[in-house]
Design a protein around this ligand. Structure first.
Ligand SMILES: NC(=O)c1ccc[n+]([C@@H]2O[C@H](COP(=O)([O-])OP(=O)(O)OC[C@H]3O[C@@H](n4cnc5c(N)ncnc54)[C@H](OP(=O)(O)O)[C@@H]3O)[C@@H](O)[C@H]2O)c1
Length: 264
């Protein structure tokens, strides 16, 4: 059962889980898995200009119709050097995706020398040109998010896309509380630790009592925080079915704390 949540303050309903696309190798198999997920009700897809998967996402868009999907792409920070280069980069993404605009465009990671304000102003020009409906950031610290939020002229930064999984939970200390306070979404990448979820004693016990797999338990654990939207990647229909099975139920507080006990 697919459940839905809101992307930041946008009022847009996106599926509680989105589809990552980095590293898809078999596009035919991937398409089958994505069409299955979309047919079930998933509507959020994540790509980036450097992933080499915008063409693949374009193929999926043509099959199901643009209106069914909430598409996120990302600009490489070097392309944020000027408004012109940001627009050129976004137009390149749109061409590969075969659409006039994306729903959300992110700064893939902060540029290491350019100030945050300039990066934000340049990505905002993509919005002003109507090439994206919303802007967001990725791999930003709390300080960088704060600077970013103070630099926008009219747009809101709707999300921060960051690494978050059962074994890597540092963002629970700072990034998640900040995003919650500002009503931003936390889009969680590498949410299933690249497919190698720890088989701890507690995980095995929980799997036995809930009847859910470790992948489903892990994703459900991340989604306990209402701001968090995991975006696992799979190009296999059987893995997609397992991922979808992480929605529509909730780990109890007791079970979650059991899991918290054996990870850092
Ligand atoms: N913003 C950023 O800097 C950033 C960085 C990294 C990733 N991302 C985004 O986040 C997405 C997800 O992160 P990720 O790809 O790093 O890692 P991930 O989603 O944690 O793991 C993907 C791996 O898990 C496997 N897998 C998927 N479902 C499975 C299942 N049910 N059972 C066993 N294995 C399974 C996949 O293989 P199969 O395909 O064979 O199922 C794939 O090898 C990316 O695709 C990308 O869109 C963003």
């Amino acid at each position: 059962m697919i459940t839905y949540t809101q992307m930041g303050k946008t009022g847009e309903k996106v599926s509680s889980i989105g589809l990552g696309t980095y590293g898809i190798r078999d596009y035919d198999q991937g398409e089958e898995a994505f069409l299955y997920a979309i047919d079930q009700g998933i509507n959020l897809i994540d790509t980036a200009e450097i992933y080499n998967t915008e063409d693949f996402v374009g193929r999926v868009i043509r099959k199901v119709g643009r209106e069914k999907l909430f598409i996120t792409t990302k600009i490489h920070p070097k392309n944020l050097a000027s408004k012109e280069s940001a627009l050129k980069s976004a137009r390149g993404s749109l061409k590969r995706l075969g659409t006039d605009s994306v729903d959300l465009i992110l700064i893939h990671w902060p540029h290491d020398t350019m100030n945050i304000g300039d990066q934000i102003r340049n990505i905002e020009s993509v919005l002003k040109e109507g090439l994206s409906r919303y802007i967001g950031v990725s791999n930003f610290s709390v300080q960088q998010m704060e600077e970013g939020r103070n630099s926008t002229s009219s747009a809101e930064i709707v999300c921060n896309q960051v690494k978050y999984n059962l074994e890597e939970r540092e963002i629970e200390r700072d990034v998640i509380p900040y995003c919650e306070e500002k009503s931003m979404s936390v889009v969680a990448y590498t949410p299933i630790s690249k497919g190698s979820i720890s088989q701890s004693k507690s995980m095995k016990k929980l799997s036995g009592t809930t009847g859910k797999t470790p992948i489903q338990i892990s994703l459900n654990f991340l989604m306990r925080k209402p701001s968090v939207i995991p975006i696992p990647k799979t190009e296999r229909i059987e893995h997609m079915m397992e991922i979808i099975g992480s929605m529509g139920w909730r780990l109890s507080d007791k079970d979650s704390s059991l899991l918290s006990g054996d990870v850092k």
